[in-house]
Ligand binder design. Sequence first.
Ligand SMILES: Nc1ncnc2c1ncn2[C@@H]1O[C@H](COP(=O)(O)OP(=O)(O)OP(=O)(O)O)[C@@H](O)[C@H]1O
Ligand SMILES: [Mg+2]
Ligand SMILES: [Zn+2]
Length: 510
Amino acid sequence: MLSSTISAAVNGIDANIISVETYISSGLPMFSIVGLPDAAVKESRDRVVAALKNSGFDFPSKKITVNLAPADIKKEGGSFDLPIALGILACCGKINFETLKSFCSAGELSLDGKIRKVKGVLNMALSLKNFKVKNFIVPFLNRREAAAVNELNIYPFKTLAETVNFLNGAAVEPFSSQDVLQNVQDGHLAQEYDFSEIKGQQYAKRAAEVAAAGAHNMIMSGPPGSGKTMIAKRIPGILPPLEYEESIETTKIWSACGRSFAGGLIKERPFRSPHHTVSAAALAGGGSYPKPGEVSLAHNGVLFLDEFAEFRRDALEILRQPLEDKQITVSRAKNSLVFPASFMLVAAMNPCPCGNFGNPLKRCVCSPLQIRKYKNKISGPLLDRIDICLEVPAVKISELTSMQDGESSASIKERVVKARKIQNERFKGLKIFTNAQMQSKDIKKYCIAESKALELLKNAVEKLNFSARSYDKILKVARTIADLAASEIIKSAHIAEAVQYRAFDREIEN
Ligand SMILES: Nc1ncnc2c1ncn2[C@@H]1O[C@H](COP(=O)(O)OP(=O)(O)OP(=O)(O)O)[C@@H](O)[C@H]1O
Ligand SMILES: [Mg+2]
Ligand SMILES: [Zn+2]
């Protein structure tokens, strides 16, 4: 007796279609699975046997061979339990062969026959889209992410017994994807952090708006309690809503990692804030079956590195590739994978080890050498990829106790969205989307400033001793400020504001 059905194996953030063949012959009772790594085989076998028995089926005491093909594709255990159990049942005449052939399935079985949720169901569904089989049986808890792919018929089940009933003709409507798709744009309505809660700090809030508008990376330096973390957490809430494609991309990464998220698709821009003790591998991604790391989980959102100077040097250096290429290569002995990693970097640090350097209210107890060492922890090449550097002073008590609310995230976001639209128009047909992505030649072409503004920029560069790199960054940021003001040409006021966001260059020179 031979049966065959379809499943899928997640590899990085993509999935491969796997054919599950089951052969039962007379002979000494045994149960072998080929095509899975050793440890996973044993576990899967034990679960399938128990689940079948506890769902009321007899387990055949015959020679059973299951082949997961192709053999050279790496597979992780778990999700093959369900197709293997279904294959065995088909060989025993409990399910129709032909019916089973037209289904893909994935799910881990518990010993009592329940179907547990698995990683990467969205990724599997996306590969199935390009395959001839369009029916996908998924664990009930994965139904929403599977339904995000609307070309498929999704059949979610909670137990093996229910699945078998369905395959034997019980009428079940495919799960509808309507509510999953409709809500893609609604994410930010549920934002729990709002800029209106931040008192004072007009300058820092404005910098965050400019950074969000042009997708510029940003670093804040300031004493403890000045509100740096508060500001960073509110940045995803002023970024433009996720487009459908972006939503799919981000969900693919999260689903492949088995991360939980509400609903079918991730609808809010992710905000990741790994602790400063994070390893380089956890930031970049890795493992023997490479999984995306923090830089990829932050894809299309914000990567917030608090206590920036405390991060391990090797971890920080990992950021250089994704900041440049918007993706990261994770190499392992046998294969190397590329994961998307396009995020807005927001970093925060204290100005010195004690945190009080430059604070008029508290005394700094650090030596000049300590301060220099602390700052030097952040390498030049990394700072070079950060357009906006600002100091966030301690918030004034009078401001903190004021009853007046600040401007809401929703109203800041409106301006950001308008500025992004201008950029989309400007870069139409090019491979870049935002001002932050402009290279030198784009800067020459698109950052046209009035002569008075250029004069001001020249003066600033001479007086403050800025480098050629800083010059380009000031122009890029000024372009964003002009976009926020809906001004075609860059004016003096825009340059003057952009110069303000080079706080670190000035410090280094002094
Ligand atoms: N501008 C502000 N408006 C309202 N509350 C504020 C403001 N700044 C700070 N706070 C209050 O102070 C607390 C600490 O702020 P936050 O954690 O953002 O500081 P921080 O700059 O990140 O400090 P650290 O350097 O210690 O990380 C906040 O939880 C908030 O209650
Ligand atoms: Mg903080
Ligand atoms: Zn100090």
